[in-house]
Every structure is written in structure tokens, then in C-alpha cells.
Ligand binder design. Structure first.
Ligand code: FAD
Length: 830
């Protein structure tokens, strides 16, 4: 067991101590600046509403485990979870529709949920204004976490198991020897440690600064108030509830007005997200007082009544019983928001032994703690936590301005109805490719990812829609799937399949891995033999020790010791960087350099049956099938511009990714665009690209497959070299897995009626039962039907019918044989 110091005795820190000690780790110290009986962080005043269901499978499963765990913590009849159920009500038709979508998420992620009529809402919640409510969503397993009590019981039980707690002990520094963490500094001396985990809640920024790590969280104040006793609640025998459970009404959400409610004995508690965002700097709050109490703690700021006025009016309208009450007590409580609303879990790549588990709600606390404990003890969390990874942010997303603006947006939008493709209006134009000016001239509609502006379609191509052949004419869409969509994408796909199109591939991550240790590193981390000759391209997987997929990458061998990696995320960069460092320490002299070259380079995907004609006009380079076969690359010169031509295609057509350094980018774009005009070349956007990707069945890491899946289930075992002699991460586990029939599989579905759209994450029913969920979906313009990829039980066969639930309607779909387009790969190997 390693020496662990956990900073912070809130609901996250204490759960982590518990999860570690229950896995046999013994040398654990929890250091808390406040008094242990009430540390004074966000947990100390948390009203503890747990609504489990969200669009994210990960977050829903972290919440589900938290409920299970809190239900199991009990002492002397004192429970830590009051399973009163959760009710979300709709007062607008749009919300009523949204609740159907949410019901779908619950079915996808295995949470029991029911759409209920307005009458049922009143039965469950008699105080509701019956002129307002249109219907609701009821989740019986939701409820109230008694977070402060759970924290105390966890302190008690882990202390008995040997965990050491130090209250009134602020951590003032983190000590290290080079990159290795060695301990924490406190006023009473140093506490040595091999692993330090910051569970410091909204103080995370300050803790990160002690080791030079930018923590992208923003502390914000959020208003919570209690009413005076509600006459309508009087006389109920609340004391008949199990000890300390002072609520029997379901927890309630009124998201149309950004409000939520719980019962506190005879009083109501009201939480409000409709007020102006109120950012806080944790270090300005001063020291935690010696005696924290309900009224006096750093996370509790003065109530600003004027900000709450609209909430009070709306609450009295929704719950007329509140008209007989007043606000008895209110406060502006502080907790953390992040740029994408997710928690922060993991370690920075440049340090060994420093972890964070921050920006975590009570709702997900035990789930996050278990995930981290599993990572520390076994190297892998059973729930995929990629979307919580600390390293998921791009450099441009880590600065304070970005975090402050996006954190506030997430506060404001927390209860909004969000379309899966919704784009933020600001901050924008942070990262643009060298083609940006030209793309604007062509009327590009830009979507943003990781700070990059990426064309989704081009208005310039609008007129092409009229000339589409009948079988390509786009079908009408329902109002939801028609949002942030243009039929122009159909025309762009048509041109790619029948002439040629150029796609901006700049935003895809490109890393250079070089040096005498590079071959050894990539040979050890990937499932393929990458000792092939320079000039080859390999699609391969990164696995963990359990044989589960942690990424899929392209390895381009440029020279003996120089590779380029095409990767998915900033987390891939952090992983390669860390592994390179660890390997260098083990094998001195075999240094490795890992460099992110995404921004200093740019890339155009030129694809389509006429792609070779386009190139012939600007270069004499041999790009014949023999001169540059599929999955190979070569350096070339196009109209005087030095480029690397990489023979690969996401869309399943002849062509290349053509890469050059950033300063040559605009000239490269102009050259190809001009040369291509006579061959019908157009610029194409990501929307058409996505459709063609799905027609080919190329998986998107993070959506179609994650660390919960192995290559056999995910249908990517072709990327595992069964004859690879060298050992690689996950090899032993793969050998075991290869002999087992997959219990579930990622399958291609097409929609039978040829028109009903699906957008992703919908539940899939097999023999009438929810049996899986959609990962990604798009209209397949070439095959003339919507396509969905979905996880389904292993026994489901090709040709069978399943049903996809979309806004409460069941859509029939057929399980297909892959690929849906050009399965023999004839188009690619011409
Ligand atoms: P904390 O409880 O803040 O614990 C962090 C601890 O670290 C603190 O005790 C602090 O003293 C300690 N610490 C910090 N720096 C140092 C240092 N240098 N040295 C030593 N110790 C240090 N979530 C829900 O799920 N449901 C809800 O209904 C809900 N309602 C909320 C309502 C309000 C008004 C607010 C403000 C938050 C609400 N939340 C809710 C959010 C939830 O309360 C927090 O996300 C959660 O409690 C965070 O737990 P934590 O353990 O990470 O942080």
C-alpha cells in the first residue's frame, strides 16, 4: 500500500478514504482545514438532492452508485439517503417533449423512470398549481442525500479502519522531488506521501497552483433558501419517518424557471439557478473559522435577496401553499463549475503522484471516489470516466478567462433544454485553421470543438441541393433533428461520392513521437506491429491492462525514429507523454520526444473518385495505386508546396490527407480548390463527413467505444495484430477475452421507414425490452436511410428488428451487416 494524503474531508474526500481502505490500502491521512465535525465546504450545507439521470451514461452511472452506496451507510437507525423519488415537471410544451427525451436517457442507462400525466403529478405532489403543470417525469430511486451525515459516518467508519484524520490543518504546500510528489506541508509539519489527492472542492484552483497545475474550475455562488413553516404541511406525522428523515415529498424540479425544491420537515427548501452568475475566488474567503456552524462557514455567503425575488414569485405561483410563508433563511452557497460542466478526475501528465477529484456534486460523489480508488488500486475504473479526465481540456481551455466565461455559461444553462449540437456563442474563434478565411468566403457554418472552428457545411453549396438526383433528395426531418442541420450536407456527400471534396482535417490531433525510444514506446502501447518500414500507416488501438480500449490512433512511420500519431483527444497526448517519461526512466539513453504538432500543421482530406484527377493537375508526384498504396504515405511537392500525402480516408473514397505546415496552408487550400474546380470539387463540412463515416462504420472513440469495451465487442479486432510477437499493454487480457463470446456488441442499424431520425443516446428495445443504446447516428445519404450504431446484446443477429425510442415514439430498425457502404473496399483501393 502506498502512503496517501487526501486533502479535504467533504463528501468526496471521505468517500475516497472509504473506497481505498475497503480495497485494503492502509496508510491514508485525510487533511482538513476546517473542524472535522463540520468542515465548512460545500458539503456542509448541501441540500443533497440527487437526480440521477443525465444525457451522460457516465454521470448517470456515477450517480446510481452513489445512491446505492449512501443507501448502505447506516448507523443506529440513522440513514444517509432518503429515497423519496424525483419529480421533474413541465410547464411548457417544449419541456414536456424534453422530458420524453430524458425518459429515453433513463431507459438507455438502466434507470427506472416513468412519464406521468399532470393528474399523477398532483397526486404525488398535491401542492402543485394544477393550472400550470402539463406532465412530469418520475424517477422512484432518486432522493435526498444526507451528505453531512454521510461524511460524519464515513469519517467514523474509516477512522475505525485506520484512516488518520487531521482537522484544523490547512495544506499550505505540496512537496516534490523533481516530478515525484513526496508530501504535503502543513503548519504542524510535513506529511510524507507517495500519492496526494486533492478533494478540496472549490479550493481546487489554489491547491493546483501549489504544484503548477491549472485547475479549470470556477467557484460560483448559488442561492438556496428555506421558507417558514408551511401551513399546508402542518399536522403531517413527519416524525414517523425513519430517524432524521425530515422529508416525504419527492424532490422536485421546475426547470422552466430554473428552480428546484425539497422538503425540510414542515418547511420548503428552494434552490435557484436563474440569478446572475456570481463568481468567487476561494482564496479571498479567508481562513476557515475554528468553530464552523450552520450560519458561519466559508462556503456560505450572504443572501442577496434582490437576486432571489423572481424565484420567490415563481415559487409561489408553482406552489400556491408558499403564499402563506416567508423566506426564513437564505444564503449564497459556493460550489464549482467547469468549462463543460463535468467533474475533474485524474492526474496531470507532468507529475507523478498528484491526483484531483474536484467539481463533483454530492450526486456523483461516491461514484467518483470509487472510480479514482479503482484507478489507483487496479489502473482502471469500471465506469468509463474519460469525460471526467482532468487532461481532457486543450491548452486554450485552461486559462482563467476561458474557465470564467464558460463556467458561468454552464451555471446559466444548467436547466436549459440543450440540443446535442448546440453551439456556444462565445468564446469563439479561439483556434482557426489556415483555411479559415477561405472557408468564410464559402459561407462555412462553423461548429466549435476543443476551441477549434470547424466547418459543418458550406452555404456556397446550397444550389447543389436542387440538382441532387431523386434518390439523394434529403427527406423532411422532425423539428428537433432539423435544428442545426442543413440539407446542404446531402449535396456535399453526393459530391464526395461522385466527384471530389476537400475537408478541413486540421482540428484532428497530431502528435510527433521521435527519438531512439519511440519504436519501443509505440510497440509497447499499441496492438499492432509498428516496426514496419517508414512510409506505412497503421490503424491501431491503445488498450489498458484489462484489454479495454483507451483510444484508437493512426501511427504514421515517417522515418526510422520519427512517427506521427493521429489521435482523438488531449488525454491521448497526456497518456503518451506520461508513458514516454516512465519508459525513459526505465531505459536510460532511449529518450523519446512527444510533441503536439496539431497547431503548427494543417491538413486537407481530398476524397472522391476524381481526387486523382485533381492532383494530376498540380503535381507529377506518382499517386497511382502502386506509387502510393492504401495506408501508405510519402513526402511530395504540390505546386511548389512541400506536403505529406497520407493515403487514408474516413469517408471511404479514394484520396489522401494532405498535410503541410501552417504557413503553407492557405496556398495549399487555394491550389487544390482551383485545380479541382474543373473536376467538380467542392469544400465539404463535418456533417456530410459524419454521415459518410457511419456508412463506412468507422468508430468514434468516446462515443461508439470507450474504456468499458474490448476490441471484439466494439468490432475493431481487425486492429489487433494476432501475430505480434512483442508484448504490449493489454495483450494477456486480450488473449483471455478472445476465447469468450462477446456478451454485447456494437451493431450497425438502419431505420426501416427510411426517414425517422435519431441523434444518439436513445434506448434500443429488443423483444420489447430496453436492451441497449444508440451511440452515434446520422442520415446515410448514399444508402438513403438513417443509420445508428448501438450497443446490443451479443446474441442479436443480423437481419433482426429492434426498436429505437425517440421522444417516446418507437422507430423500427434492422441490424445490418457492416459496412453499409462498399464493404469490399473497392473505392479505396483503386
Ligand atoms: P467540499 O465539501 O467543499 O470539501 C472540500 C474540503 O476541502 C472542504 O471541507 C475544505 O475545507 C477542504 N480544503 C480546501 N482546501 C484545503 C486545504 N488547503 N487544506 C485542507 N483542507 C482544505 N450537489 C448535489 O448533488 N445536490 C444538491 O442538491 C446540491 N445542492 C447544492 C446547493 C448549494 C447551495 C451548493 C452551494 C451546492 C450544492 N451542491 C449540490 C453541490 C455540492 O454541495 C458540492 O458539489 C459537493 O458538496 C462538493 O463536495 P466536495 O467534497 O468536493 O467539496
Amino acid at each position: 500500500s502506498q502512503r496517501v494524503v487526501i486533502i479535504g474531508a467533504g463528501i468526496v474526500g471521505t468517500n475516497l478514504a472509504d473506497e481505498l481502505v475497503s480495497r485494503g490500502w492502509s496508510d491514508i491521512t485525510v487533511v482538513e482545514q476546517g473542524p472535522l465535525h463540520m468542515p465548512g465546504g460545500s458539503t456542509s450545507h448541501a441540500p443533497g438532492l440527487v437526480f440521477q439521470t443525465s444525457p451522460s451514461k457516465t454521470m448517470t452511472h456515477l450517480a446510481r452508485y452513489t445512491v446505492e452506496k449512501l443507501l448502505s451507510i447506516e448507523k443506529d437507525g440513522h440513514k444517509c439517503f432518503n429515497q423519496v423519488g424525483g419529480l421533474e415537471v413541465a410547464t411548457t410544451p417544449a419541456r414536456l417533449e424534453d422530458l420524453k427525451r430524458k425518459h429515453g436517457y433513463a431507459s438507455s442507462w438502466g434507470i427506472d423512470a416513468r412519464l406521468v400525466s399532470a393528474e399523477e403529478c398532483f397526486k404525488m405532489y398535491p401542492h402543485l398549481n394544477n393550472e400550470m403543470v402539463l406532465g412530469g417525469l418520475h424517477i422512484p430511486t432518486d432522493g435526498l442525500a444526507l451528505a453531512a451525515r454521510a461524511t460524519q459516518l464515513l469519517i467514523e467508519r474509516t477512522s475505525e479502519a485506520g484512516v488518520r484524520y487531521l482537522g484544523h490543518t490547512p495544506v499550505t504546500g505540496i512537496e516534490r522531488d523533481g516530478r515525484r510528489i513526496t508530501g504535503v506541508t502543513t503548519p504542524s509539519g510535513t506529511i510524507p506521501a507517495d500519492i496526494v489527492v486533492s478533494c478540496a472542492g472549490f479550493w481546487g484552483v489554489e491547491l493546483g497552483a501549489m504544484v503548477g497545475v491549472d485547475i479549470p474550475l470556477l467557484p460560483l455562488a448559488h442561492q438556496y433558501a428555506k421558507t417558514t413553516a408551511v401551513p399546508a404541511l402542518a399536522g403531517r406525522d413527519i416524525n414517523s419517518l425513519p430517524n432524521g428523515m425530515n422529508a416525504s415529498l419527492p424532490i422536485l424540479r421546475h426547470q422552466d424557471k430554473r428552480l428546484y425544491y425539497r422538503e425540510h420537515g414542515g418547511q420548503y427548501g428552494i434552490g435557484y439557478y436563474g440569478h446572475r452568475p456570481m463568481p468567487v475566488v476561494a482564496s479571498s474567503l479567508g481562513l476557515t473559522p475554528k468553530d464552523v456552524d450552520e450560519q458561519n462557514m466559508p462556503s456560505r455567503l450572504e443572501f442577496t435577496t434582490e437576486d432571489f425575488d423572481p424565484a420567490w414569485k415563481e415559487s409561489q405561483t408553482l406552489l400556491p401553499a408558499l403564499q402563506d410563508t416567508e423566506i426564513a433563511d437564505g444564503f449564497n452557497g459556493v460550489f464549482s463549475f467547469t468549462p463543460d460542466g463535468g467533474p475533474l478526475l485524474g492526474q496531470p501528465s507532468h507529475l507523478d503522484g498528484f491526483y484531483v477529484a474536484e467539481a463533483v456534486w454530492v450526486t456523483h460523489s461516491a461514484g467518483v471516489a470509487r472510480a479514482l480508488a479503482q484507478i489507483l488500486t487496479t489502473g482502471r475504473s469500471e465506469i468509463d470516466v474519460s469525460e471526467c479526465e482532468l487532461s481532457r481540456f486543450e491548452e486554450v481551455q485552461l486559462n482563467r478567462d476561458y474557465v470564467t466565461e464558460t463556467g458561468q455559461q454552464n451555471f446559466v444553462e444548467i436547466y436549459d433544454i440543450i440540443h446535442p449540437l448546440q453551439q456556444r456563442a462565445s468564446p469563439r474563434n479561439l483556434r482557426v485553421s489556415p483555411f479559415y478565411a477561405r472557408q468564410r468566403e464559402l459561407g462555412a457554418v462553423f461548429f466549435e470543438t476543443g476551441g477549434w472552428e470547424r466547418p459543418w457545411w458550406y452555404e456556397e453549396n446550397k444550389d447543389l441541393v436542387k440538382s441532387l438526383p431523386p434518390s439523394w433528395k434529403p427527406v423532411d426531418r422532425d423539428a428537433w433533428s432539423a435544428q442545426l442541420h442543413s440539407p446542404i450536407s446531402a449535396a456535399e456527400a453526393w459530391k464526395t461520392r461522385n466527384a471530389a471534396a476537400m475537408f478541413d482535417m486540421t482540428a484532428f490531433h497530431r502528435f510527433e513521437v521521435s527519438g531512439p525510444g519511440a519504436v519501443g514506446l509505440l510497440q509497447r502501447l499499441t496492438t499492432s506491429d509498428i516496426t514496419t518500414k517508414p512510409g506505412t500507416v497503421t490503424y491501431t488501438l491503445l488498450l489498458n491492462d484489462h484489454g479495454k480500449i483507451r483510444g484508437d490512433i493512426f501511427v504514421l512511420r515517417l522515418e526510422d525514429d520519427v512517427f506521427q500519431i493521429g489521435a482523438n483527444t488531449a488525454t491521448d497526448l497526456a497518456y503518451l507523454t506520461r508513458e514516454a517519461r516512465v519508459q525513459e526512466q526505465r531505459i536510460p539513453g532511449k529518450w523519446i520526444q512527444v510533441r503536439d504538432i496539431t497547431g503548427s500543421t494543417c491538413c486537407i482530406g481530398l476524397w472522391g473518385p476524381r481526387a486523382r484527377d485533381v492532383i494530376a493537375g498540380i503535381s507529377t508526384v506518382d499517386v497511382s495505386n502502386k506509387g502510393l498504396p492504401y495506408f501508405s504515405l510519402k513526402k511530395a511537392v504540390l505546386a511548389g508546396i512541400p506536403v505529406t500525402m497520407i493515403r487514408k480516408s474516413y469517408v471511404g473514397e479514394l484520396g489522401w490527407e494532405i498535410q503541410t505546415s501552417a504557413e503553407n496552408g492557405q496556398r495549399l487550400w487555394d491550389t487544390i480548390y482551383q485545380a479541382g474546380k474543373q473536376h467538380g470539387l467542392i469544400a465539404g463540412g463535418r456533417s456530410a463527413f459524419n454521415s459518410m463515416r457511419l456508412e463506412k462504420g468507422y468508430r468514434t472513440y468516446g462515443a461508439d467505444m470507450t474504456t468499458e469495451h474490448n476490441p471484439f465487442e466494439a468490432g475493431v479486432s481487425y486492429a489487433v495484430d494476432a501475430n505480434k510477437k512483442d508484448d504490449f499493454v493489454g495483450k494477456a487480457a486480450l488473449q483471455r477475452l478472445s476465447s469468450q463470446a462477446p456478451l454485447r456488441r456494437l451493431r450497425a442499424l438502419t431505420v426501416d421507414d427510411g426517414r425517422s431520425m435519431i441523434l444518439g443516446k436513445e434506448p434500443v428495445f429488443y423483444n420489447g425490452k430496453a436492451a441497449g443504446y444508440v451511440t452515434t447516428a446520422a442520415f446515410g445519404y448514399t444508402i438513403g436511410k438513417p443509420i445508428a450504431y448501438a450497443w446490443l446484446p451479443g446474441g442479436v443477429s443480423e437481419g433482426e428488428t429492434v426498436e429505437i425510442e425517440y421522444f417516446g415514439k418507437r422507430i423500427k430498425a434492422t441490424v445490418e451487416t457492416e459496412s453499409l457502404y462498399d464493404p469490399e473496399m473497392n473505392r479505396l483501393s483503386q
